[in-house]
Design a protein around this ligand. Sequence first.
Ligand SMILES: Cc1cc2nc3c(=O)[nH]c(=O)nc-3n(C[C@H](O)[C@H](O)[C@H](O)COP(=O)(O)OP(=O)(O)OC[C@H]3O[C@@H](n4cnc5c(N)ncnc54)[C@H](O)[C@@H]3O)c2cc1C
Length: 389
Amino acid sequence: MTSGSILILGGGCFGLTAALELRVRGWKVTLLDSGVLPHPDAASTDISKVVRMDYAADAQHTAMGVLSIERWKAWNRRWGVDLYHEDGFLVMSRDAMTPGGFEHDSFHYLRGLGHTLHHTDAAMLRDNHPVWNADRYPEGYLNPVGGWVESGRVIAMLAQEAREVGIELVEQIQAPWPVLTDGCCHGVKSADGRVWNADLVLVAAGAWTPEMLPHLQNVMWTTAQTVFHFQPSNPGRYRAPQFPVWGADIARTGWYGFPANADGLVKVANHGVGRRVNASDARVIPAGEEERYRAFLRDTFPSLADAPVFSNRVCLYCDTFDGAFWIDHDREYAGLIVAAGDSGHAFKFTPVMGGIIADVVEQKPNAWTQRYRWREPVAVSSDGARAQR
Ligand SMILES: Cc1cc2nc3c(=O)[nH]c(=O)nc-3n(C[C@H](O)[C@H](O)[C@H](O)COP(=O)(O)OP(=O)(O)OC[C@H]3O[C@@H](n4cnc5c(N)ncnc54)[C@H](O)[C@@H]3O)c2cc1C
């Protein structure tokens, strides 16, 4: 099918980019969200997200990262405001870089592609990035290409563009749900009885997707992660070039973070295993979590360890068994398409996601979609930066 009408459930980066791309291709698009966009509880809504091409030796995600970065720059020009900040990505290891390690494989793979990276040892870390405890990080590298994006503001921009191109954005709907019977998806119905119909329904509801589509719970589930925003008294010390986006032995510890933003807030988070939850559960910061963060800061960024917490939040991943996104026509319900399974690493790809999802909707060939197709659960990982314990 190459045009018709489509209902999209979810106004995060998956839903909005799919909506915009399908609209360009001539579809009649209606996007429904249970909140106001950007939804405060959405994974896409935050002050910042890492944008990197560094994916160990993963050719596809590296290529998607490279193209996304080019397009983030084009979007900055289109919007006339820089929401993507090319502050660089500093990736340090707690040991010497070794084959099989995220830092080693990213460094050598990207170098092999011709990217300019700055190998960094402890002495260089001490000189160029003095906030770091260089005694703990003997080796790594700086990738000057990459950085962070103001994700919540991006969603607001994309939602505005959607309205401008004639996409019907319907917000604050009471629990809109796909109507699934007899092997078919027959539109969407909300808790207050409103009904929408279309040729196709695309579920792009992020971490809410496993609850909405229980038949997928063997391949995807909801994982809670925490985020802390610290407010140091001297934010200037925590800005690029001396303090770019960073990964602190990320594949083994999960720790990563950002330079201070315009409000002087330094975001720290952990791309680790997280906690299995339901998306509708109350969002509670676990006891001892702030101390866990401060213990890490005392070890790696001592000068930041006592900074006050300005805010924190629980944010949710839609995890798949292999960390790869789940974008395909559903095998059990005709007329239903699912675009979810972000596994905590999709926002950086926002500029290429619309094309990927639209090609799946229209069943057009696309080299990048194969990996995200319906698949049997097997034990592999798609994001070398994700700490597995
Ligand atoms: C703590 C944390 C840190 C992250 N850091 C990074 C990073 O640094 N770099 C990176 O690339 N990625 C990062 N990610 C991942 C990134 O945020 C996600 O991959 C991406 O935002 C997922 O987008 P989405 O559209 O699938 O989901 P969301 O953005 O969550 O959007 C889903 C939307 O669906 C709506 N919805 C829910 N239920 C319904 C319903 N019944 N009907 C209609 N709408 C509904 C919600 O209101 C929401 O607006 C991080 C994620 C988290 C949680």
